[in-house]
Design a protein around this ligand. Structure first.
Ligand code: FAD
Length: 404
């Protein structure tokens, strides 16, 4: 295992490493610098040390598994009331890309009740095999059976990589499966790539979004990652599927559950910002909550919805479900209109996949203009009413915007 080392002869006990450590992982005890269990090996102390007395001693990872036994990608197909959730197609798209690089196969784990046609349909996204666990008691997501059956499948087919949606269901299932398999799991990946040796390179924001961390699981198999909805492009539907559906027997032992479901109440289908094709997004630049009504009018004219940055949620002006960004929703609309948004990395992380981005900001140096395809420097309270008026008169948005 890698660990931090100190040359106590060189060390002058200045305490700069203790001050610099963001995790309280360094202490001075009995006239010596010591690293505690909180140390994350981030090496901030190495840079802080004025006499170069600290270094990271790296040890080569020793693999405890025979990696050669693990091949291919397994995607968890999430279904709700018999409908396969769209994130599944995005995971299949990424799975096909990763498996293609290694010359391996993509399989799908689907559990539910009466899902034969959904399983057949998944073949049209280019996968090699859909493992179907079909049983009335699997109709709705129940954590114990879904975990046990997935672990049983993984034990049998030994996939190298497992992809799941970072949805409430995926976030609940993935850690349980990873714990049973005693393997690594990286949550909320924004990029995935694979090395020729099969190691999955999992990229995700870290340290509040200031750093994009690359995480690998070099000593364990399988490698597990969750990915948020709308972060990756979906697999294309094909006309000549080549794969097969494998109907798996459901062992009654695995259907046992300590959780008794007393009733079931479907969640009201709120108009989701994640699925909107047009988003008019409001930032702190709106200055007052009434600004949301103005942007709502523009969104209404364009058949879209209003999204917000985090400060507006913190102010209580908007609901959390409207927040776009690293700690909110990830969106990929056809049109994204950023109004009074500076373009902080944590916000951009959630909207940079939008097809066309327009930005309105009074500050010509606002970082949002680096992300936007089109920008207008000016006061949103002048520009947006003018846009609304022009659209009402029959102009299309882009014609009106570009004329502006
Ligand atoms: C761990 C962590 C997670 C985070 N997650 C998120 C997240 O998910 N989503 C998110 O949005 N943020 C998130 N943040 C916050 C993020 O860092 C920024 O603080 C936030 O995005 C800034 O929001 P803003 O652009 O609305 O405000 P500001 O940065 O204050 O920008 C306001 C902009 O409005 C412009 N402006 C002012 N008046 C006008 C006007 N009349 N007309 C036009 N333009 C005007 C200004 O020039 C300025 O550029 C997170 C932060 C952390 C630390």
């Amino acid at each position: 295992m890698s660990r931090m080392r100190v040359d106590q002869e060189l060390c002058i006990l200045c305490g700069q490493c203790v001050e610099a450590c963001p995790f309280n992982g360094v202490e001075i005890r009995d006239d010596a610098v010591v690293f505690t269990e909180s140390c994350r090996l981030c090496r901030v102390c190495v840079k802080a040390c004025p006499v170069s007395a600290i270094w990271l001693e790296k040890s080569e990872p020793v693999s405890t598994v025979d990696k050669e036994q693990y091949k291919g990608v397994l995607v968890f197909a999430e279904q709700r009331q018999g409908s396969v959730q769209p994130v599944t197609y995005e995971l299949i798209g990424k799975g096909l890309e990763l498996a293609g690089k290694l010359g391996e196969q993509v399989c799908v784990y689907l559990a539910g009740s009466n899902l034969s046609s959904q399983a057949e349909d998944l073949l049209y996204y280019g996968v090699d095999r859909v493992y179907l666990y079909d049983h009335p008691l699997l109709e709705r997501f129940r954590i114990e059976p879904y975990t046990s059956l997935m672990v049983e499948l993984i034990d049998q087919i030994k996939p190298n990589i497992i992809l799941m949606g970072a949805t409430p269901v995926g976030r609940s299932l993935a850690p349980r499966v990873a714990a049973r398999l005693r393997t690594g799991l990286t949550a909320d990946c924004t990029l995935l790539d694979v090395k020729p040796n099969g190691d999955l390179v999992q990229t995700r924001p870290a340290f509040g979004g200031d750093v994009m961390a690359q995480i690998v699981t070099p000593r364990h198999r399988p490698q597990m990652a969750t990915v948020r909805y709308k972060v990756m492009p979906a697999a294309e539907r094909i006309s000549n599927p080549h794969g097969e559906v494998v109907r798996c027997p459901v062992d009654e032992r695995f259907l046992q559950s300590g959780i008794e479901i007393l009733g079931f109440k479907p969640h009201e289908a709120a108009s989701s910002i994640t699925d909107a094709e047009v988003i008019v997004a409001a930032g702190r630049g709106i200055g007052k909550p009434e600004g949301l009504e103005l942007l709502g009018e523009l969104a209404g004219l364009l058949g879209g919805v209003v999204g917000v940055t985090r400060p507006l949620v913190e102010q209580g002006w908007a609901d959390y479900t409207q927040q776009i960004g690293m700690s909110g929703r990830t969106v990929r609309p056809k049109l994204y209109i950023a109004c009074g948004i500076s373009g902080a990395i944590q916000h951009v992380a959630g909207m940079r996949g939008s097809e066309v981005i327009f930005a309105i900001n009074t500050d010509p140096h606002a970082p949002i203009f680096d992300t936007a395809h089109y920008g207008l420097v000016g006061d949103l309270y002048e520009i947006v009413p003018a846009l609304i008026e022009a659209i009402k008169k029959g102009g299309s948005f882009d014609a009106v915007f570009q004329a502006g």
